[in-house]
Ligand binder design. Structure first.
Ligand code: PLP
Length: 392
């Protein structure tokens, strides 16, 4: 009657969404300010005023012009504006021909995986990883190979990656700044990965794509460098969205970049266009393409996240929690107070603290705290965190 695999995916709730829905219900029951919801990555910073201005401007144009289909890959003038922004920042020479506009990073990843995977090829991901990677890899016939991050600092474990990559590896997905850990991969770490991938490509005579999932690229603290990955490894496909940097997650707009450094890049780009077509991801939302053309040079506003990071880390330090110091994005990776992270998350729930257990990110014993929330929620959660700690 229907596709069993798709049905199973529809029935099985995402742990994050489930917790978020529970939080909404609980807030209605006991009051918004009594639930400490660290569950989801919905930006708390409003979109810049220039987005509102662009929308007002667009509302005055002839509707037939504003709402019309664009090219499947996106309006060429919009793609040119994005290419120019990247060229100014990274000293590159991209044009509209390198860019395919999408409905957010989710579509960028799904399209890129469908474009490169043939048969049951392997995709290595760094664990803990964004749970939807499994959904997209599985549904495009690939096999997820989970490679645990380095224990000490959650950078890529190069020895483990070396051991995991074989003749069937088609792609490696990295995400920096990282969800769920908040780490930013150093240049040295990425150069080490590039050396492994180049050696493996030569050894097996295959192409191994590095898919760089970057929706948090601009959300980085203390002036830390987020290296431009295609400069380090040529066969890199960049997946991006403005969901986090411009706080536009509901508008579904992002891109795939296939740089000239990708081997046979024009044909890889055609495969991206074909996969976009096959998945029905053609012509990203037209109004927001135009908004992006007007706001692409707008800086991300990280001040609020920076302040929240400070509030949260000093509170957790005071209370004696163990965590990985976040370098970017708006997540903190905290060690669970018992080996079973799900049980820990359930105990936290009893204190109205909503923390995502690490199991859904492919590892055990940790919890993710999203701090893209109001500073008051963080400050008011202190007693709950203290009570939770006291239980152990
Ligand atoms: N990749 C990572 C690591 C994410 O955290 C997210 C969203 O939270 C996505 C991809 C999907 O982004 P988008 O909302 O732009 O589709």
């Amino acid at each position: 009657m229907y596709n069993e695999a798709m049905h199973a995916m529809g029935v099985e709730p995402s742990v994050i969404r489930e917790l978020f829905a529970y939080g909404a219900k609980r807030k209605a029951e006991i009051g918004e300010d009594r639930v400490f919801d660290f569950s989801i990555g919905n930006p708390s910073v409003p979109a810049p005023v220039s987005v509102g201005r662009a929308l007002e401007e667009l509302a005055k144009l002839p509707p037939a012009q504003v709402h019309a289909y664009t090219q499947s890959a996106g309006d060429p003038t919009v793609r040119t504006a994005i290419a120019e922004n990247l060229n100014a920042r990274f000293g590159t020479d991209y044009t509209a021909a390198n860019l395919y506009l999408t409905c957010g990073a989710a579509a960028s990843l799904s399209i890129s995986l469908k474009a490169v995977l043939e048969g049951s090829e392997e995709v290595a991901v760094v664990a803990p990883f964004f749970p939807e990677y499994r959904t997209w890899i599985d549904s495009h016939g690939g096999v997820l190979v989970s490679v645990h991050a380095r224990e000490s600092d959650f950078q890529i474990d190069l020895d483990a990656m070396d051991a995991a990559i074989g003749p069937r590896t088609k792609a490696v997905i990295i995400n920096s700044p990282n969800n769920p850990v908040g780490t930013v991969y150093s240049r040295e770490n990425l150069e080490g990965l590039a050396r492994i991938l180049e050696r493996k490509q030569a050894e097996y005579g295959t192409a191994i794509f590095l898919i760089s999932d970057e929706p948090y690229r601009e959300l980085v603290y203390d002036g830390l460098e987020v290296p431009w990955v295609p400069d380090i490894y040529g066969n890199t496909i960049v997946c991006y969205s403005w969901s986090k940097s411009l706080s536009l997650p509901g508008e579904r707009v992002g891109y795939i970049l296939v740089p000239q450094s990708v081997a046979d890049w024009e044909n890889v780009y055609f495969a991206i266009a074909g996969a976009g077509r096959a998945l029905g991801f053609v012509c990203a939302p037209a109004v927001f393409q135009q908004v992006i053309a007007r706001c692409v040079n707008e800086p991300a506003d990280i001040a609020a996240y920076e302040r929240n990071r400070e509030l949260l880390t000093s509170m957790l330090d005071d209370l004696g929690y163990d965590y990985i110091a976040p370098q970017g994005a708006f997540y903190l990776w905290m060690r669970s107070l018992e080996p079973d992270a799900k049980a820990f998350s359930d105990r936290a729930k009893a204190h109205e603290l909503l923390l995502v257990a690490s199991d859904s990110f492919g590892v055990e014993g940790w919890a993710r705290l999203g701090y893209c929330i109001s500073p008051e929620t963080i400050m008011n959660s202190r007693d709950a965190f203290a009570a939770l700690k006291a239980e152990y």
